[in-house]
Write a new protein. Structure first.
Length: 213
């Protein structure tokens, strides 16, 4: 990355981290993957039960591999040969896990998290249930304000996920949201998380990379 582009990106990250902290969320700038691994070790005690939301970022950062290889009771929704009932049970068990891990569709510079879900299991666990929520995001998820967060989902996250999941939706073919009425629609629950009542529950880890959707 060009040094001047990197310096602008760092300014946005710094503003976002300060805003998240003001909103009662812990926030960290993760300079490299070794630091990410150390933070995960610090934030996830051995023997913890950990659930995750659907996230390409957790795969791209090696977080899923970390959870699979450490002394953790990982509720792995991506195990092979799981039945729909198995997956439903993992979703329910994740709601009462010690720790829930996910990414976010967008993070605003004012310190808000924005997420759009289909079933709602991910946003439900983020809002209430696990005592600790760890959110791993790339700097590409940072946007100026709430309207930009909504637009980011409509023009990037939702179309990309619909294509990844081979959904028969207009956004899969057009590349932008039309607020469709398709049976395959994946956007049903729209959640902004702002200033939190429970301090130290939510931890946002920001890497200066292009990660996920």
């Amino acid at each position: 990355m060009d040094e001047y582009v990197k310096s602008i990106s760092q300014l946005r990250i710094d503003r976002t981290i300060e805003a998240l902290k003001k909103n009662n969320m812990n926030a960290y700038f993760v300079e490299h993957h070794e630091m990410l691994v150390q933070l995960l070790k610090d934030l996830i005690p051995e023997k913890s039960t950990v659930g995750i939301g659907g996230s390409m970022t957790l795969f791209e950062t090696g977080t899923v591999d970390f959870l699979r290889s450490h002394d953790i009771n990982f509720l792995d929704r991506y195990q092979p040969d799981l039945t729909p009932e198995d997956i439903k049970q993992i979703y329910r068990d994740s709601f009462s896990a010690d720790i829930y891990m996910t990414s976010s569709n967008a993070v605003t510079e004012s310190g808000n998290l924005y997420n759009v879900d289909g079933r709602g299991n991910r946003v439900a666990a983020m809002i209430y249930g696990p005592d600790k929520v760890i959110v791993v995001v790339g700097s590409n998820k940072i946007v100026r304000d709430d309207q930009a967060a909504i637009l980011r989902n409509r023009e990037i996250a939702a179309p990309a996920n619909a294509k990844r999941l081979s959904r028969k939706t207009p956004c899969n073919h057009l590349g932008y949201c039309t607020d469709c009425d398709s049976p395959d629609r994946i956007c049903a629950n729209f959640v902004f998380m702002r200033k939190q009542m429970v301090k130290d529950r939510i931890h946002v880890l920001i890497l200066d990379e292009q990660l996920g959707y």
